[in-house]
Design a protein around this ligand. Sequence first.
Ligand SMILES: *[C@@H]1O[C@H](CO)[C@@H](O)[C@H](O)[C@H]1NC(C)=O
Ligand SMILES: *[C@@H]1O[C@H](CO)[C@@H](O)[C@H](O)[C@H]1NC(C)=O
Length: 350
Amino acid sequence: MNVGIFLLYFLTVFQYVPLLRVANSLLMTGPKAYLTYAKSVQMGTQNGIEECKNQFAWERWNCPDSAVQLRGMRSATRETSFVHAISAAGVMHTLTRNCSQGDLGNCGCDVSKNGKIGGRGWLWGGCSDNVDFGERISKQYVDAQETGQDSRAAVNLHNNEAGRKAVKATMKRICRCHGMSESCSVKTCWTQLSDFRDVGHYLKEKHEQAQKLELDKKRMRAANNADNRGAIADAFRDIAKTELIYLEDSPDYCKKNATLGLHGTEGRECLQHGNDLTQWERRSCRRLCHDCGLKVEERRTEVASSCNCKFHWCCKVNCEDCSQVIVKHVCAKREGANGQGFRKRHRAPK
Ligand SMILES: *[C@@H]1O[C@H](CO)[C@@H](O)[C@H](O)[C@H]1NC(C)=O
Ligand SMILES: *[C@@H]1O[C@H](CO)[C@@H](O)[C@H](O)[C@H]1NC(C)=O
């Protein structure tokens, strides 16, 4: 993506970023440094969205289509908490990798502990991923979009932080043996980022355990800003920085709602047959279609291909035209359904 498009993206997604304040607070200063990091920030955000789609592939809600859609997420539900966390984590992860790979001129591996004793039988050595760098830049870029003083902004910032904590929590120690014929008389170790997939799994669990923040309604209603902030601070007191939090209950993800940017599950594919399906995948048709008052429709598409090719000496290949049928299962409206039948059955959004 070129710089122009990115800037456009940045200005729409982060709507109101105090550009100069961000740029000036970086290690390198000026527009050039800003753009160097900005490209990685954009890549990292996109990685976050991709991983969100992977983690939620067979759920009713399956993430914003792109980073641009993040802008439309005006609420603070369990799901938006995940998006904030995974985006912030994606940015930190990408920038940390960039740093270790030497992509960024002014930053490299964290070697500050090298040579020191790390634990019983090992020394720090090698290239430890510089997460502090990634964390700092992620904070500066991602958190900059939360300019409000309200509870929603405070929740978003908290979840951004939880995402960054997840990157740290999933780091691994890698060791190498030295000495005569691998005797391991000397061992050096360094810390390394996990695959981003692992960060995704970790945050998916946090999503399931996310806590609803109960704000003191009376204090929140008071038009006094200071009182407002006090109520927010009180509510946060008992919540660990690693946990995801939300303010509003999730809407019904079965239903399409353009105002909320929700597609509903009509038209979604689900998995019905297959030997290597997980339990979770196997139930996808029930979760996405049946429990949402939809039926499962089999869609067959024919794909033409060559087959039974024979080689004739010499040198000709004759093939037959074959058509292969691909079967997919998709949620579709029931005939004559008016949406009454399932409303009682369907309660908790999943
Ligand atoms: C950082 O890494 C991402 C993904 O690995 C890559 O696309 C991007 O170009 C890198 N940034 C820089 C400045 O090289
Ligand atoms: C969409 O959601 C909004 C906010 O929850 C609600 O007021 C509205 O009625 C919904 N629209 C539809 C078509 O369900």
